[in-house]
Design a protein around this ligand. Structure first.
Ligand SMILES: *Cc1c(COP(=O)(O)O)cnc(C)c1O
Length: 458
């Protein structure tokens, strides 16, 4: 016989997450709630909101890591509380950062016997700012020693990523962006002479131009600066922004001379969280020799009774990304980086071949000689009957994020489209994208198709 007893107790820990009070109203947007809530329910609700974001594995716009091995997730979790700045509380994390600097400096052929200096940062933006500051300080010291004015510094570059525009504005340096020549994918050596002068703190060359994904010809740019030095006495250092190429070229193009093998290269930055395959939030900057980093920029914090130099814009910074970078370098080794990037390059090349065959497109970069990526334009924009923005919109319906954007201001009439292939994006996935792209082109060019509305907006 059953006893039916009602005790009135309600145990929230047993409640279904979608049945609880917190789940039956919109989540707070303007005021911190008064009461606690069940972590499972709050997690589920926040998790569900995040599903509205784009799907990272179909995001072909980003250079950044969107996939990592379980061991990386585990190390990130274990490092949750590790603060990069607390070198005395977390000396082993500091040691791991220092090992990464050595490994990366070696990858970039730091000169033998020299004291190379470098550090981790939150990304290439911070790394670029630090390198830019070192250039500015050195230029100013030189000018002051010569008794010359040092109040109008400039930095010469081609079509750079926005971080260099920020550097110019935040640190009062005129950014001299050399116009992109027709059909060029980046800065060309013969353009330098007209732009450098006695106030030039340095030239920034890009290994992996954000717009086109091609490498600028670093060795030829350096040779032109050597020639300018010989002809005019202007001795202008070269910084290489290798945000993405710094972790690609050493593996896919080992014979390409772009790094410290070139004496004029003073410093190099790269994003660990791009083709370095570390999780988001880590970059690297390395100076050819420690003397290139002015002492005034380095702060010393006491470290186990000793002395720990730091150069950074941030104070507190997570240690997990640096640890995960170390793991990835050890785990993959040179062979692993080569295998991952070579697979991406194969996918990019095949996509490039198919895009070229689709009809309306002209390849700007075919995925072969630089980053594992493809960029293209419309061959005949006025005659095409649609824009690349229309292509972006239609691909988005299948979840693909393939950006279309204008080239820098002086070439803004040219709109381009770009696909980056990275770790975790398989050949199969890229072939599915190619099929969808072909279908989109079919839809947009079918006779009698009404002109897409966005053709009038852009
Ligand atoms: C991505 C990128 C940057 C900025 O790097 P973050 O790591 O995102 O700060 C700078 N320069 C180039 C060429 C880039 O591709």
């Amino acid at each position: 016989m059953a006893v039916h007893r009602v005790d009135g107790r309600r145990d929230e820990t047993l409640a279904d997450v979608y049945g609880q009070a917190v789940s039956r109203r919109p989540l707070p947007k303007y005021r911190v709630p008064d009461d606690l809530s069940d972590p499972r329910a709050v997690y589920a609700l926040v998790h569900d909101e995040l599903a509205l974001d784009g799907n990272a594995s179909q995001n072909l716009a980003t250079f950044c890591t969107t996939w990592a091995e379980p061991e990386v997730h585990k190390l990130m979790d274990e490092c949750l509380g590790k603060n990069m700045i607390d070198k005395d509380e977390y000396p082993q994390t500091a040691e791991i950062e220092s090992r990464c600097v050595h490994l990366i400096a070696d990858l970039w052929h730091a000169p033998a016997g020299a004291d190379t200096a470098g550090c981790s940062t939150t990304g290439s933006s911070e790394a670029g700012m630090l390198a830019g500051l070192a250039l500015k300080w050195r230029w100013r010291q030189r000018r002051q020693a010569e008794g010359k004015p040092a109040d109008r510094p400039n930095l010469v570059c081609g079509p750079v990523q926005v971080c260099w525009e920020k550097f110019g504005r935040y640190f009062d340096v005129e950014l001299r962006q050399v116009p992109l020549e027709p059909d060029a994918t980046g800065l060309r050596p013969h353009q330098l002479r007209a732009h450098v002068d006695e106030n030039t703190i340095g030239v920034v060359a890009i290994l992996g131009v954000t717009y086109t994904c091609d490498y600028e010809p670093i060795a030829d740019l350096a040779a032109e600066l050597d020639a300018i030095h010989a002809d005019t006495g202007l001795d202008v250092p070269l910084h290489v922004d290798a945000a993405s190429g710094g972790f690609v070229a050493p593996f896919l193009q080992p014979d390409l001379v772009w790094d410290f093998r070139i004496p004029r290269v003073a410093s190099i930055n790269a994003s660990g969280h791009k083709y370095g395959m570390a999780p988001l939030g880590v970059g690297w900057v390395v100076w050819r020799t420690a003397e290139l980093l002015p002492e005034e920029l380095v702060f010393r914090v006491s470290y186990l009774g000793g002395d720990m130099p730091t150069f950074a814009l941030n104070f507190t910074r997570p240690g997990g990304e640096v640890v995960a970078q170390y793991y990835t370098l050890l785990r993959l080794g040179r062979a692993g980086y080569r295998a991952v990037h070579a697979a991406c390059r194969e996918s990019a090349r095949e996509l490039g071949r198919q895009v070229a065959d689709m009809g309306p497109f002209t390849l700007l970069y075919d995925g072969d000689r630089a980053l594992p990526a493809v960029s293209w334009t419309l061959t005949d924009p006025p005659g095409a009957g649609f824009t690349l923005y229309d292509v972006t919109d239609r691909l988005r319906r299948r979840g693909w994020q393939v950006p279309a954007y204008p080239l820098p201001p002086d070439r803004a009439e040219t709109v381009i489209q770009r696909v980056l292939v990275r770790h975790g994006i398989s050949f199969d996935k890229i072939m599915l994208l190619a099929d969808d792209l072909r279908a989109v082109v079919g839809e947009l060019t079918r006779p009698g198709t009404p002109a897409p509305h966005s053709a009038f907006h852009h």
